[in-house]
Ligand binder design. Structure first.
Ligand code: GAL
Length: 983
């Protein structure tokens, strides 16, 4: 075949490659081919120059780094789409306009490899760990074959072709191919050789492949290894720590023959592996020719009676979905970033990752073993585009695609099967149901009975071991939890009866897009309540923002559509618990608290506290439980508690008398805080890291008598600017019921599919443009009362308010009474007072729930305290600007601007017993709503202050239910008493 003919439309796996084998750490020589390659891009398969590109002779070639994506390195532009397909569904064809990248480099063979290759029967393999989407591979002019499966490993035998020097390797890569029909994951299209390329020496008599299962018997505490090693002759198996040193028979060279029974090795008493106790033993497999090391974790994964267990104990998967994403380098792995991800996850109580929606870089598996993370290792498969055509012709149902499906799952499982962290194999994502999915499941079952099988795309759950769903409502999750507790109906189908006996997981929930996800706590209550529910995985870990530089060199974060794509899904790819730069979003802090492994329940009289251990395997001896009592911002007593609770047990401890608040009421609050913190250093956090917190908060509120002697100058409500504290008010206080729509507000919740999104309903009701009419005014030397009515254009619903201002010694008192008037058909976004102060904000000090922002349905990660927030933390720098930054339960706040400061205190009386929510933003809501990217927000010049009596929750309507009814804000009457004074 001429090199210029590139077949990118053939159904099936790649050709010419080796069968898959496990990833092993070997002492056989290897040579990296990463680095600078020559590169050229053709716009279409029809435009590839018909030349002798494989001769390695220089010509008009550019340079490109491997690993890397060409369209993040100056050759073309990235494109983002979700379910939509970037070209017609005309399988197996890509369109003509299909960029083709030719890669080429020369190399000398490393003498170490040459030495091995010189021995008879030794081999040299060329390995690719990831090439998107399809490649033809050539060495020294000969075609080795092709790859299919972008995130899968492909190896070619080059023994007979490779030379000591002057080698030319050529790789022709298509951006789109037949494989694209199976790889329509919700992510950027990022072609290229994006994982490493290497040459591996395979010594004759070496260990080509191994499959080691390490079982743990929870009843005896003993471990057993089932060992299969692909080699001729015998292999020595050593685990020094366990005194194991045995010789077993190989299953023959090449790949492990899994039809042969494994050699069983009794490991004696072992410490089991779990995400909480990631105990690994170093195992060495050796022959005369090669030594391979593995880190073995003994553990048993099972499902019985609808309960998912690890080492015989039910487990709760506190999960996230993780894509590989680096804002500069796309899906190129870096160890530093993978470690950062895992450390952040562990610091936030996450114990499980679904590798959505493809096997991650092989090193990620090592890190998961080492740090302790349960993995759902997912196959590189998604045919979601077929949803557009009602799943007509879905490859999952078509036998001509069967080998392609099977090849993908074989490569997934085989590469990763020696990792303790993998507890579930996932067949893929959103590919519908069909016989090819069944064939994959059958293959996995036959190959690796030590793990369970997951796949969400077929709700009959016929082929899988766990029932899995994404984004069901709370009510549905409750029903699924509940159904396991009742007998199966007599007329249930066999599938139905079987499904009801399976553990249940939410492989996706809590869509973390923008100011989100709300309602997670309510899901987690269900996870904890129903034994059948084995856990849930937030969608998703990281936002896929792509960093670019503008003409001035400024770094900007981009999303779908920003690169001129004609088919795209906007910012739907910006939906993570951390930003692309791994800044924490408030959703992560909330989730960490919701899934915390320790829960404190402090009795109302503070005489005792229940400590609930939600670890599945360990007691609390690694934690120190500290208590601290603060009264009006001052620590008045503190100490440590002796707490003992076995895994999943609850114990009650007495609290010392100094922890109580049995004296006079506090001015602001008397707070008892219990914290569980790490005693020692771990691989992911320093001693003192807090894993869980519980509080008992007794608030007070200062009382002010009306009519105190006047000192402050009373302002005129219409005059501006006037001074509050020392801050100059440039827009006087008025009522606000609108917010800058969050991503969730802009989406129709799955619970109200027939209603427009809230953002639209608010806009239709014109809540963003309320107009005020001063209905009356009375004033004397110390008091000013104004009666206002606020309404929206064209409607007759209004809000009446009475603003009573009174000058007192240290400031101004405001008694505000609010009463809705007429029919308000749409819930409000909030109800509060908005005013604008001169100068950009520089900080906020407050007594209330913080330090981060929260909304009524995202309030688990905040705690009562006397917090200081700097200018950069006032609002969340969402890539798509939107409402953020509200601090709730605030009783005393000082807002500092560039030119002044004002202190606001909540006084007793009024309907705001829970305090107010304070938002201090450098931008007004209209600007936030109308600006598409954070980088386009203007430089702040003013401080926009909102003091809210109520705020709507945020929900998770971008994918899932909207705001739960209890967190919405229907029109209501309210009153608040505030004191404004100098700071
Ligand atoms: C799911 C899908 C994910 C992602 C998510 C929405 O349907 O599995 O890949 O698209 O929705 O962000």
């Amino acid at each position: 075949m001429s090199a210029a003919i590139f077949d990118v439309a053939r159904i099936g796996p790649g050709e010419g490659s080796e069968p898959p084998r496990s990833r092993l750490r070997s002492d056989a020589p290897a040579q990296t081919l990463d680095g600078t390659w020559q590169f050229r891009l053709s716009a279409s398969v029809l435009d590839i120059p018909d030349d002798t590109w494989l001769d390695g002779v220089a010509g008009n070639w550019a340079e490109l780094g491997v690993p890397g994506h060409w369209n993040l390195n100056g050759f073309g532009l990235p494109a983002y789409s979700n379910v939509q397909f970037p070209f017609p569904i005309d399988p197996p064809h890509p369109p003509d306009r299909n960029p083709i990248g030719d890669y080429r480099r020369t190399f000398e063979l490393d003498p170490a490899l040459e030495t091995v290759a010189a021995v008879a029967d030794s081999r040299i393999l060329l390995r690719f760990d990831g090439v998107e989407s399809a490649a033809d591979v050539f060495l020294n002019g000969a075609r080795l074959g092709s790859t299919r499966g972008s995130r899968l490993t492909h190896e070619f035998d080059v023994t007979d072709l490779v030379r000591p020097s002057g080698n030319v390797i050529g790789v022709r890569v298509a951006k789109f191919s037949d494989a694209t029909y199976l790889e329509n994951q919700d992510m950027w299209w990022l072609p290229g050789i994006f994982r490493s390329v290497a040459l591996l020496a395979r010594p004759a008599g070496g260990i080509d492949d191994a499959f080691v299962t390490a079982d743990y018997d929870p009843t005896t505490g003993r471990g057993e290894l089932a060992v299969r090693v692909a080699t001729d002759g015998e292999v020595r198996v050593r685990i020094d720590e366990l005194g194991i040193d045995m010789v077993v028979r190989g299953t023959g060279p090449g790949i492990v023959d899994t039809t042969l029974a494994p050699a069983l090795i009794d490991a004696g008493e072992v410490s089991p592996w779990s995400a909480e106790t990631p105990r690994l033993y170093e195992a060495v497999l050796s022959t005369a020719a090669e030594r391979v090391s593995l880190r073995v974790g003994f553990r048993r994964v099972a499902s019985a009676g609808g309960i998912l267990t690890v080492n015989g104990r039910p487990v709760t998967l506190r999960g996230v979905n993780r894509h590989e994403h680096d804002p500069e380098h796309g899906r190129v792995h870096s160890e530093a970033l993978a470690r950062r991800d895992i450390e952040l996850m562990k610091q936030h109580n996450i114990n499980a990752v679904r590798t959505s929606h493809y096997p991650p870089h092989p090193d990620f598996l090592d890190l998961a073993d080492e740090y302790g993370l349960y993995l759902i290792d997912e196959c590189d498969l998604e045919t979601h585009e077929y949803e557009y055509v009602e799943w007509r012709g879905n490859p999952s149902t078509d036998p001509t695609w069967r080998e392609a499906f099977l090849d993908r799952i074989r490569r997934t499982v085989t590469r990763d099967r020696n990792h303790a962290a993998v507890i579930l194999w996932s067949l893929g994502n959103e590919s519908g149901a069909g016989s090819n999915i069944t064939a994959m499941a059958d293959w996995v079952r036959g190959h690796d009975p030590s793990r369970l099988i997951h796949y969400e795309g077929d709700w009959s759950s016929r082929d899988v071991d766990v029932y899995s769903r994404m984004y069901p409502s709370h009510e549905e999750v409750r029903r699924i939890g509940e159904e396991a507790l009742h007998p199966v109906a007599f007329d249930a189908t066999a599938d139905e009866a079987r499904r009801r006996g399976l553990p249940f997981i939410l492989c996706e929930f809590g869509h973390a897009m923008g100011n989100s996800p709300g309602g997670t706590k309510e899901y987690w209550e269900l996870v904890e309540r129903y034994p059948r529910i084995a856990g849930a995985f937030v969608w998703e870990w990281v936002e896929h923002g792509i960093a670019v530089r503008d003409e001035t060199g400024r770094r900007l974060i981009r999303y779908g559509g920003d690169f001129g794509e004609s088919v795209h899904d906007h910012n739907f790819v910006i939906d993570g618990l951390v930003s692309a730069d791994r800044e924490l979003r408030p959703g992560l802090v909330d989730y960490a608290a919701i899934i915390a492994p320790v829960v404190f329940e402090i009795a109302a009289d503070r005489r005792e506290a229940a400590v609930i251990n939600r670890y599945d395997h360990i007691d609390l001896s690694h934690l120190r439980v500290q208590w601290r009592r603060e009264r009006d911002g001052v620590v008045v007593a503190e100490g440590e508690l002796e707490v003992a609770a076995a895994a999943r047990e609850r114990s009650v401890v007495a609290l010392p008398s100094e922890a109580r608040d049995d004296r006079r009421a506090p001015e602001v609050a008397d707070v008892l805080t219990l914290e569980a913190a790490l005693r020692g250093e771990t691989s992911w956090a320093a001693p003192g890291h807090v894993v869980a917190r519980g509080q008992h908060v007794r608030t007070g509120a200062p009382v002010r008598e009306d009519g105190t002697a006047p000192a402050a100058e009373l302002f005129d409500l219409r005059a501006r600017p006037f001074v509050l504290g020392t801050a100059r008010v440039i827009d006087p206080p008025r009522l606000g019921i609108w917010r800058a729509p969050t991503d969730n507000d802009r989406a129709a919740g799955w619970d109200e599919p027939d209603l427009p999104p809230y953002a639209e309903r608010w806009a239709t009701a014109r809540m963003d443009r309320m107009l005020t009419r001063l209905r009356g005014r009375e004033r004397d030397d110390v008091a000013l009362t104004a009666w206002t009515r606020d309404g929206t254009p064209s409607y007759d619903a209004a809000i009446d308010a009475v603003w009573s201002w009174r000058a007192v010694e240290d400031g101004l008192l405001l008694h505000l009474d609010i009463e809705p008037h007429g029919p308000w058909e749409v819930d409000w976004a909030r109800l509060g007072i908005d005013l604008t102060l001169e100068g950009a904000p520089v900080g906020l000090d407050f007594a209330g729930y913080g330090p981060g922002p929260s909304y009524p349905d995202t309030d688990s990660g905040v705690h009562f305290g006397w917090h200081r927030v700097g200018a950069s933390d006032l609002v969340t720098p969402h890539v798509r600007p939107q409402e953020s930054g509200s601090r709730r339960g605030v009783r005393d706040a000082t807002i500092r601007t560039e030119t002044g400061a004002v202190r606001v205190r909540v006084l007793r009386g009024g309907s705001t017993d829970a305090g107010v929510a304070v938002t201090v933003s450098p931008w007004d809501r209209r600007t936030l709503a109308d600006t598409t990217h954070a980088s386009l927000l203007p430089a702040p010049t003013a401080t926009h202050l909102s003091i809210d009596i109520a705020q709507s929750g945020v929900g998770t309507a971008t994918c899932g239910p909207g705001v739960l009814p209890r967190y919405r804000v229907p029109a209501f009457a309210a009153s608040v008493r505030l004191l404004f004074s100098p700071a």
